[in-house]
Design a protein around this ligand. Sequence first.
Ligand code: KG4
Length: 341
Amino acid sequence: MWLGVESSCDESALALFDPAAGLCGEWVHSQVSLHQRYGGVVPDLASREHLGNFGWLLGEASRAEGFEQVERIAVTCGPGLAGCLAIGLSLAKSLALAKSLPLVGVNHLRGHAFSPFIPLHSEDPTGFRQRLAACLPHLGLLASGGNTLLFRISESLEITILAQTVDDAAGEALDKGAKLLGMDYPGGPLMEKAATGGNPERFDFPAGIPEARDWRFSFSGLKTSLRYRLEKMDDAQLALDFNDLCASYQQAVVHQLIRKTRHVLRAGKYASLGLSGGVANNTLLRESMETLAEKERLPLLPALKRHTGDNAAMIAFAAWVDPAGCLPAERLSFHPALTLT
Ligand code: KG4
């Protein structure tokens, strides 16, 4: 049994993963309502909350069936907020020391990359590696508040980043756009709600980097374009156009994600297409990815909605499925910067 620990941003999370029986339990505390007041995640507050929450989360996990069988611990070691990573690492190191258990570090992005493959408790884990092998090579789109990446998982489980954003992440672009429109943080889901019933063709927003051979994402022009448009509107006009603005802005973000995914997909050979990260909750994005996958005759493997955000199930699972991608305990420190190792 693996115990997963995740604390890279504003979720404190633990999970139990049994290679012989799939995912056995998960405990997540989200700080989103706390940070809402400040319009975004406040790093020092986030660390303090982790410190307060891991105690009772661990209490709950330790009463669960299977906790006594924990033989290994996997902890997120980056990228993320330095203070937040340090709390999860301290917890994991202390537990490993107290219980004399082996400990490994898992890159948070590798966790997201493998999140569509996590076998649930009811699934037959014995055939799992064959099912995974049938999905490789895999092209994954990870779209979250901090990252926007297209990556390839090879037959030997090597992960290569093929495309990333030159400025904002997709979720960041939605959150910043929503803020300009007067919505709370995180704005992505609120914008999605307001976009329902709006006309997505009403306003034109920039499409990022237009060249098909340039795979990089870019979302900052989108936000600037919205700001200029809003500067020319009075309150009455904004109220009238609000839903259309949300629908058009959301569509511009989703279209860019789909367009770049299609370009990368057509330049290589893949057996499946994946979708992960917080923005994967967006219905327009999920449906557009389904349409793309159907056209390309590939299975779409979206992460379960509860595994799109930060969670410890993906950390424990990534440690088990890809031990070569883990950092050994003796080299375990935190790595806040965006890398895949
Ligand atoms: O980054 P992420 O995976 O989790 C954490 O950082 O904890 O997911 C958060 C991001 C935010 O930018 C949020 O606005 C976006 O995912 N998001 C959505 C939706 N749900 C979450 N964006 C669009 N539509 C949604 N339904």
